[in-house]
Design a binder for this molecule. Structure first.
Ligand code: DGL
Length: 260
């Protein structure tokens, strides 16, 4: 029997932050990532458009024999994972903002969530807050500029610093001691975020818990560690970004353009 392969999808390169976590836990598993950079961002799109796009990407990954698909995108998970699960015959691992661990650990009773508009406005996100953060004040902030910065390879410097100051001010003022990175693009800006917010604030994301979930679902983890990364957008841009986002892990990756 062929070894199991894990598929990943995202609106662009953000889901590579999730792939990094899965890769560090499961270095031998084959992985096939597709980023929909031609349609990025998802965070400002309707549920219908997001479902249509992720449906196309999921069909493609299934045709390439993946055993499960990581929806490495909070916006797509919140808006479309239930639809994906009822329409396609493979397991889907979703990505939700880490509201649960932040709520369990907060000392001030206030947590901040940085995410896209599509995530913050989604029913699944509101349900998560109701169930996981009942006695906690959750301060949400949409950060439309972050995704563009990461897609353009701007991971540090004055533009990032200014955006971080703008998006975190309200959360800091409200007294949060946790900031949840509720979009998979944002961990690539983590260094600047951590440098700018006061030292008492812990910045967390969901990458490691997704990796543990993938691990628990795979029965065969003995692949040859192949890594294929595809984009619906610009291949040259992907070639520039992958070494910067994945470091050594990116060196063995095969990069290609996918057109649907
Ligand atoms: N990386 C995505 C997320 O986790 C989507 C960002 C976007 O396309 O707006 O929400």
């Amino acid at each position: 029997m062929a070894s199991q392969k894990v598929g990943f999808l995202d609106s662009g390169v953000g889901g590579l932050s999730v792939l990094l976590e899965v890769r560090s836990l499961l270095p031998h598993v084959d992985m096939h990532y597709i980023g929909d950079s031609a349609w990025c961002p998802y965070g400002t799109k309707s549920t219908e458009v997001i479902c249509e796009r992720v449906g196309k990407l999921a069909e493609y990954l299934i045709s390439q024999d993946v055993s499960l698909i990581v929806v490495a995108c909070n916006s797509a998970t919140i808006q479309a994972v239930d639809w994906l699960r009822s329409n396609y015959p493979v397991p889907f691992v979703g990505t939700e903002p880490a509201v649960k661990p932040a709520s369990a650990r907060t000392q001030t009773g206030v947590i901040g969530v940085l995410a896209t508009e599509a995530s913050i406005g989604g029913k699944k996100f509101l349900d998560l807050i109701h169930s996981a953060a009942e006695n906690v004040e959750v301060v949400t902030q949409a950060c439309p500029g972050f995704v563009k910065l990461v897609e353009n390879g701007v991971l540090s410097g004055p533009q990032v610093e200014e955006a971080v100051r703008t998006y975190t001010q309200k959360i800091i003022d409200k007294g949060a001691d946790f900031i949840v990175l509720g979009c998979t693009h944002y961990p690539f800006l983590r260094e600047t975020i951590e440098n700018i917010v006061p030292p008492g604030i812990t910045v967390i994301d969901s990458g490691a818990s997704i990796a543990r979930r993938v691990d628990s679902l795979l029965s065969d983890k003995t692949g040859s560690g192949q890594l294929l990364i595809e984009t619906t957008g610009d291949l040259d841009r992907l070639k520039t970004l992958v070494p910067r986002l994945l470091g050594d892990i990116g060196k063995s990756a095969v990069l290609s353009k996918y057109s649907d």
